[in-house]
Write a protein that binds this ligand. Structure first.
Ligand code: NAP
Length: 266
């Protein structure tokens, strides 16, 4: 990241939660940003809340699960800032439902929001990021690393993101491009009040949390750290890297019992 050379980052899901907080931090560091999201009104409000010169922010209205919308967003960034130093894929939605009770259409929506947004935004951004030897960071989840009751489809989408980015890293590292994954547990954001059930209805009140809720600021700092230090994988909490490894070598039985007891009452 080099603000003197005019660094520019596209952030999918930039109108809310983690994406917006990452945008704020990148602007504080002297970079320019493009925020991509579908709801134009919320996006416009999010841009105005950033409170910086209009010349440093581009609002890219569009569905990042659509390749044309991603190409348009990258073109807007190129027109405004000459190219892209990085992409941060924050777009996503949450669903909590057993595999049995998940309707196919809802499963598809979850895959679109959490996986296809990453795939299409990454493909669109790649030529420009390669030219600047920049960074690509995707937000996954702890549920993408380990099976958890109620997160079968969401976890599958996040696991797909991890697979995509792990392979991509090997494909582009020789060209000087950084590929990073951020895998957090639950954190504070508007998404927590929008968790869907298997029929696509918002669960109200939101499902109770079996684990600690992390502050949004902590997550945004870690995403920026991934960009600045060119990290491969950041877990939150960090000890999950070791716990997952322990779970694997011990055959997973202990982890299964623990998680089943924490996620009772689906
Ligand atoms: N919050 C948590 O506990 C938690 C835990 C682990 C991982 N994560 C992941 O962290 C990421 C950020 O989540 P958050 O909590 O900050 O969520 P959030 O506050 O609900 O923000 C989600 C953002 O994604 C955008 N979005 C959704 N679908 C999109 C699409 N198809 N195309 C473009 N933009 C789209 C939304 O805007 P529009 O609706 O206007 O498009 C919004 O800007 C997500 O990938 C989520 O899965 C969250």
């Amino acid at each position: 990241m080099n603000p003197e050379k005019g660094c520019a980052f596209l952030i999918t899901g930039g109108s809310s939660g983690l994406g917006w907080e990452v945008a704020r931090r990148l602007l504080d560091r002297g970079c320019s940003v493009g925020l991509m999201a579908r709801n134009e009104k919320r996006l416009t409000e999010a841009v105005s809340l950033l409170n910086v010169e209009a010349s440093r922010v581009v609002a890219c209205v569009g569905d990042a699960a659509e390749p044309e919308a991603c190409s348009r967003a990258v073109k807007m960034m190129t027109d405004a800032f000459g190219g892209l130093n990085g992409l941060v894929c924050c777009a996503g939605m949450s669903m909590r439902a057993s595999v049995e009770s998940t309707e196919f259409q809802i499963a598809e929506n979850v895959m679109r929001a959490n996986f296809w947004t990453v795939f299409h935004a990454t493909q669109a951004a790649l030529p420009s990021v390669l030219a600047r030897k920049g960074s690509l960071v995707a937000v996954a989840s702890l549920a993408g690393h380990r099976g958890v009751p109620g997160y079968g489809v969401y976890g599958a989408a996040k696991r797909a993101v991890i697979g995509l980015y792990e392979s991509l890293r090997l494909e582009v590292s020789d060209a000087g491009v950084h590929v990073g994954i951020f895998s957090p547990g639950f954190f504070e954001s508007p998404l927590r009040r929008q968790v869907l059930n298997g029929k696509g209805e918002v669960i109200d009140p939101p499902p109770s949390l079996p684990f600690r809720l992390w502050p949004l600021d902590r997550c945004a700092d870690l995403v920026v750290q991934s960009l600045e230090r060119r990290k491969r994988l950041i877990y939150l909490p960090g000890f999950m890297r070791y716990l997952n490894a322990f779970d694997d070598v011990t055959g997973g039985g202990l982890g299964d019992r623990f998680l089943k007891s924490r996620f009772r009452g689906l």
